[in-house]
Design a binder for this molecule. Structure first.
Ligand SMILES: [Zn+2]
Length: 122
């Protein structure tokens, strides 16, 4: 085939895929992680949800699916007398914030902070 035609076809392929690449980038950035209060953690936590078990102000645990997409569920202790321990804002509603960062020691070894509903990778 004509080399110029090959080049034009490659450029065209890049051009027509641009909207989907842009959408993907925007969509990934727009996922807001929200607190959800539950009695029991779901078997398959949904992406974008940080589940809190316990009563407001006295949550004992949090669970979320790993934001890297590996499909693992991350369980976090919120009890002050057990270490390691994470804390959530007292109201714990709307966009999720977790302190300190989450660092998985096994599997994907993801290290991130959940702040105001956003995942900040470390
Ligand atoms: Zn992961």
């Amino acid at each position: 085939m004509n080399p110029i035609l090959t080049l034009l076809l490659a450029a065209w392929a890049w051009f027509v895929s641009a909207p989907s690449r842009l959408f993907h980038r925007l969509f990934r950035r727009q996922v807001i992680w929200l607190f959800e209060h539950v009695e029991d953690f779901p078997d398959e936590p949904a992406p974008g949800r940080v589940y809190l078990a316990g009563d407001a102000g006295e949550f004992w645990g949090a669970a979320m699916t790993c934001p890297c997409g590996c499909g693992e569920t991350i369980g976090l202790n919120l009890l002050p007398q057990v270490r390691p321990r994470w804390s959530v804002p007292s109201a714990a509603s709307g966009p999720a914030t977790l302190m300190p960062s989450v660092w998985r020691r096994s599997g994907c070894k993801s290290h991130f902070i959940v702040r105001k509903g956003q995942i900040v990778w470390c």
